[in-house]
Design a protein around this ligand. Structure first.
Ligand SMILES: *Cc1c(COP(=O)(O)O)cnc(C)c1O
Length: 403
């Protein structure tokens, strides 16, 4: 079949809201991927921070096959053992007392925002509806989540937006103080802004947000869709900062590529989602939850997380050393295995071009905005895969500056 399908078919048959690379991956194992021609790539994208345990990991394949031959879906008119087991596991490992499952990051944030609004209505009244969000933030692509997100290019051009949402600069506590008030129902933040350039929050900023939310009885929502499930070297990034949110959203890596999202919260807040108030057909299906259960079991292990932190330092150092030869990047930043390398002025806007050159050298990389090359490899990438990937990164960087 692969022989008859070509990349140009994509341009003929698919809605052109993406423009994928010019090769088609057909197979993956660990941190290696092969295309239709059999060319091998080292994958340092992890499917955009999704394949935390690499491609087709044996442990997950076993679970997928086991659950796949048992029960895939039964709808939310019934529950399932894997659904309950995963919720229990997440509750035991986090601040949360209750979990709602959905199918994506956007859907998890949609649930979080609707819950914050409903909680405010239940406890304070309709006037408490203001949502504070941050410029350049990304929370998904539904109309509510693009409106809450801080990037006009994603939210404009779709008609009227949900109201009472304000966007202020990230890491600027004075700006929050200027807009937060008794009418504020929630503040939503990525502890590390992912899509817009891998920008970590200042610890004092998150602590300040927590205090202000308490003072004004607003809910603090951490969007950990990208930073969660070990990505930052902590199971969830709030654990690194020691600032506990009221609602946390998770998706991307949660089932290593099997679609799932989750919203975690407390008993008191969860009580505002009474039967029928919110829902989703696929959310919490046994297949996704069984896989996620295994992912969580593996990644929440402290030894596993310590390895992620060690690899983080190693990669940042290796990129910095390569950068000494090519002077391409002005800053290399990030936490755990979410790393951004920001291009110097001379190469502004060229991050995507850099990724295309990388493809020629058998390397898969991501961008985070126009100026940042993003690394989000599998958390279990082996020393050998990493060494090979960094070698290809060096070749890419040399070719890029020579061009
Ligand atoms: C990817 C992402 C989302 C959206 O997740 P989808 O699964 O694409 O809907 C939301 N928030 C953050 C921080 C993300 O990185």
């Amino acid at each position: 079949m692969t022989q008859q399908i070509t990349r140009s078919d994509f341009d003929q048959y698919l809605v052109q809201n993406y423009s994928p690379a010019d090769f088609i991956p057909v197979k993956g194992k660990g941190s290696r991927v092969w295309d239709q021609q059999g060319k091998e790539y080292i994958d340092l994208t992890g499917g955009i921070a999704v394949n935390a345990l690499g491609h087709c990991p044996d442990e997950l394949l076993a679970v997928l096959q086991q659950q796949g031959s048992t029960l895939w879906h039964s709808s939310n008119w019934f529950t399932s053992e894997p659904t309950i087991a995963l919720a229990k596991s997440l509750v035991e490992k986090t601040f949360a007392e209750r979990v709602m499952f959905v199918n994506s990051g956007a859907e998890a944030n949609e649930a979080a925002l609707k819950l914050a609004r409903r909680y405010a209505v239940d406890h304070f009244g309709y006037q408490k509806s203001k949502i504070i969000s941050f410029k350049q933030s990304f929370h998904g692509r539904t109309l509510f989540t693009v409106s809450v997100g801080g990037q006009a290019k994603y939210s404009d051009g779709f008609g009227p937006k949900p109201a009472d949402i304000v966007h202020i600069p990230y890491n600027d506590l004075e700006a929050v103080k200027a807009v937060i008030d008794d009418h504020t129902c929630a503040v939503i933040i990525e502890p590390i802004q992912g899509e817009s350039g891998v920008l970590p929050a200042d610890p004092a900023f998150l602590q300040g947000l927590r205090q202000l939310c308490d003072q004004y009885q607003a809910l603090l929502i951490f969007d950990e869709v990208q930073t969660g499930v070990g990505r930052s070297g902590y199971f969830y990034t709030y654990m690194k900062y020691g600032v506990v949110p009221d609602i946390l959203t998770s998706a991307k890596a949660l089932a290593n590529g099997f679609p799932i999202g989750a919203m975690l919260t407390t008993d008191k807040i969860a009580a505002s989602f009474k039967p029928g108030v919110h829902g989703t057909t696929f959310g919490g299906n046994p297949l996704a939850c069984a896989v996620a259960n295994k992912v969580v079991e593996i990644i929440a292990d402290e030894n596993f997380l310590a390895q992620v932190r060690a690899k983080s330092e190693q990669i940042k150092q290796a990129i910095a050393e390569i950068n000494q030869q090519v002077s391409l990047f002005k800053q290399i930043r990030g936490e755990g295995l979410l790393i951004g390398a920001e291009l110097v002025e001379q190469y502004q806007g060229k991050a995507m071009d850099f990724c295309h050159v990388a493809n020629q050298y058998g390397l898969m990389l991501l961008v985070a905005g126009p100026n940042v090359v993003r690394f989000a490899p599998a958390l279990n990438i082996t020393a050998q895969e990493l060494e090979e990937g960094l070698k290809r990164f060096q070749q890419t960087a040399q070719a890029f500056v020579a061009a």
